[in-house]
Design a protein around this ligand. Structure first.
Ligand code: NDP
Ligand code: GDR
Length: 344
């Protein structure tokens, strides 16, 4: 029986990856942080919390000795490092914490692998945020990096440390440069889920208006469940490497709002520009979306669109879900949850 450590089981990707590996017959050691109240709702939604091969381990990525103990106890074949302070907006307010968790944290795991067993394979959750300011489109593995947030800078450090540990100590460390991936399990602070949850509440009469920041930002959005397959494939490859996972389609935040309203059967009309831009519900004449500059970022990533060709040719990986399909799935899930009075 193969075994794997997944850090960050309480997050979106950790939950989907655990489900995938359990279905493949893995023993999974999944880490969570001690918090005053537990947040296992994602693995509960997926119905895997009580799985006999899922072992929940309390752990903090910033602790080197805990990282060593984690690997000594689990003796895994593979480590998937998904834990991070992953919210770009917060990284501007908490740059130190972000650097410690998102930048130095992965180094603790690399050191632990070096000390405990250099044969353990390591996956690092790198990100399209490392591309930041547009240097080339579509972005691919060779595109120069220009991060635009403390989060992006921290991730870039961890990305290069993963490569450095491969080259220095012959550790199998692969990085997935993943573009935005979403799902009904996405955190409510991220824009897609904020929109689908907000639109569902507006449809149900539970909320009047949704306030957003930069409507012009363009993102390459895929489905998280497709992307965790790519993580798994990276650690089954013959050689460690870096791979972009993306859909090669980009849309604005505004487009995602329009798509979500359509999925909820709300007809809208856009009016105004910049900070005065609004979306009007054509049936009621009410403003249901408006701009709040509070959500603008000090430095923005304007345009992301990835080229996943290498992942396709080397790993046989391709995204399977369209953006319309993803958006529809998220809106439907949020309509059901909000109708039942449970919103995570
Ligand atoms: P989430 O924010 O949903 O999950 C992050 C996880 O990290 C949570 O389980 C969180 O625990 C955990 N965590 C945070 N700090 C620590 C710490 N100090 N020690 C241990 N665990 C910690 O992220 P996603 O699932 O969306 O993303 C997974 C990874 O992929 C992240 O590293 C993210 O940066 C990266 N990524 C994500 C993309 C996306 O579009 N989703 C795209 C590219 C990269 P808690 O619940 O306690 O906060
Ligand atoms: P991102 O995701 O920063 O790309 O990072 P997010 O959904 O937070 O923002 C996407 C874009 O939408 C704009 N935006 C808003 N964003 C939020 N959160 N809230 C708003 O109200 C809002 N209005 C407009 C943002 O300015 C931005 O341009 C995600 C995270 O999962 C990272 O961990 C991951 O590495 C990258 O995706 C790839």
């Amino acid at each position: 029986m193969k075994s794997a450590v997944i850090t960050g089981i309480t997050g979106q990707d950790g939950a989907y990856l655990a489900e995938l590996l359990l279905n493949k017959g893995y023993k999974v050691f999944a880490t969570y942080r001690r918090t005053a109240s537990t947040n296992f709702w994602r693995i509960e939604e997926l119905g895997i919390r009580q799985h006999e091969n899922l072992h929940l381990v309390e752990y903090d990525l910033t602790d080197l000795s805990a990282s060593i103990r984690l690997l000594e106890n689990a003796q895994p074949d593979e480590v998937y490092n998904l834990a991070a302070q992953s919210f770009v907006g917060v990284s501007f307010d908490q740059p130190h914490t972000t650097a410690e968790i998102t930048g130095i944290g992965p180094l603790n795991l690399l050191e632990a692998i070096r000390i405990v067993n250099p044969k353990i394979r390591f996956y690092q959750a790198s990100t399209s945020e490392m591309f930041g300011k547009v240097q080339e489109i579509p972005q691919r593995e060779e595109t120069p990096f220009y991060p635009r947030s403390p989060y992006g800078v921290a991730k870039l450090y961890a990305h290069w440390m993963t490569i450095n540990y491969c080259e220095s100590y012959d550790i199998f460390g692969s990085s997935g440069i993943l573009f935005n991936h979403e799902s009904p399990l996405r955190g409510l602070e991220f824009v897609t889920r904020k929109i689908t949850d907000g639109v569902a509440k507006i449809k149900l009469g539970q909320q009047d208006c949704l306030e957003l920041g930069n409507m012009d930002a363009k993102r390459d959005w895929g489905f998280a469940k497709d992307y965790v397959e790519g993580m798994y494939l990276m650690l089954q490859a013959d050689e460690p490497d870096t791979f972009v996972l993306a859909t090669n389609r980009t849309e604005t935040v505004r487009d995602f709002v329009s798509m979500s309203c359509k999925a909820a059967d709300i007809a809208i009309e856009w009016q105004g520009k910049d900070e005065d831009e609004v979306a009007i519900d054509t049936a009621t004449g009410k403003t249901i979306v408006k701009v709040n500059p509070q959500f603008y970022r000090p430095a923005e990533v304007d345009l992301l669109i990835g080229n996943p060709q290498k992942a396709k040719s080397v790993l046989g990986w391709e995204p399977k879900t369209t953006l319309e399909g993803l958006c529809d799935m998220m809106v439907k899930a949020d309509l059901i949850r909000n109708k039942e009075g449970r919103s995570f």
